[in-house]
Design a protein around this ligand. Structure first.
Ligand code: DX5
Ligand code: ZN
Length: 228
């Protein structure tokens, strides 16, 4: 349907004092992408990391940097995140009045362009920018913090977005409260990329990260009817 399942651990749940080491640990543990949550204390009620940190961790892995900008405005910072080593740059549909322009800016810098929807935003918000997208991120919690509970109504949104995508080569990512218990439902609804923060980083060692990533991946693969 949409290629292999992609597991993208969110480094928001990592030990920030050992961030390079944590990135190497999830790489060794078999993650596909590294999900970087950028928060500004304005669009969301929390502040996390900026382009300097993305640049500092970039040499620690060759894996795709999936950078989720929870900032408003986003446009003035996109170039800095591109230069810092982002591969995918995702902006929020709610973060500004000119989403189409933001997406053109990202692709103009040679990066993959994503758009994220907070839980209340209907999928119709992105109907006319589909051809500018490489990724759609359905938030399954209200953005701002790790460790929140998955909002079940987002499964229906994932189904609708998957139908909207049709045959386009667009990743459908789900972010927030993803665990081995709901990863199957997310994959069955049509998500092919799963972000998980607390569910991956619990345990604190490469071995536990490996177990945690496998549990999410296996739950998703089983729901798709794939052999594990
Ligand atoms: C929430 C972030 C998520 C979050 C995921 O604002 O975008 O990436 O950190 O963390 P968990 O998996 O703990 O909900
Ligand atoms: Zn995120």
């Amino acid at each position: 349907m949409s290629g292999d399942i992609i597991i993208a651990p969110s480094i928001l749940s990592a030990d920030f004092a050992r961030l390079g080491e944590e990135v190497r640990a999830i790489d060794q543990a078999g993650c596909d992408w590294v999900h970087v949550d950028v928060m500004d204390g304005h669009f969301v009620p929390n502040i996390s990391i900026g382009p300097a940190v993305v640049k500092a961790i970039r040499p620690h892995t060759k894996k795709v940097f999936d950078v989720h900008l929870m900032i408003a405005p986003a446009d003035p910072y996109i170039e800095a995140f591109a230069q810092a080593g982002s591969d995918i740059i995702t902006v929020h549909a709610e973060a500004g009045p000119h989403l189409d322009r933001s997406l053109q800016l990202i692709r103009g810098l040679g990066k993959k362009a994503g758009v994220s929807l907070t839980p209340q935003t209907p999928e119709s918000a992105i109907e006319y920018v589909l051809d500018r997208l490489d990724l759609i991120l359905v938030m399954s919690v209200n953005p701002g913090f790790g460790g929140q509970a998955f909002i079940p109504a987002m499964l229906e949104k994932i189904r609708r977005v998957r139908a909207m995508i049709g045959a386009r080569p667009i990743h459908l990512e789900v972010d927030g409260g993803v665990t081995p218990d709901n990863a199957g439902a997310c994959a069955a609804a049509g998500a092919n990329a799963l972000v998980a923060g607390s569910a991956v980083f619990k345990g604190g060692t490469v071995e536990t990260y490996k177990t945690n990533i496998s549990a999410i991946r296996n739950a998703a693969a089983m729901a798709r009817g794939e052999a594990i």
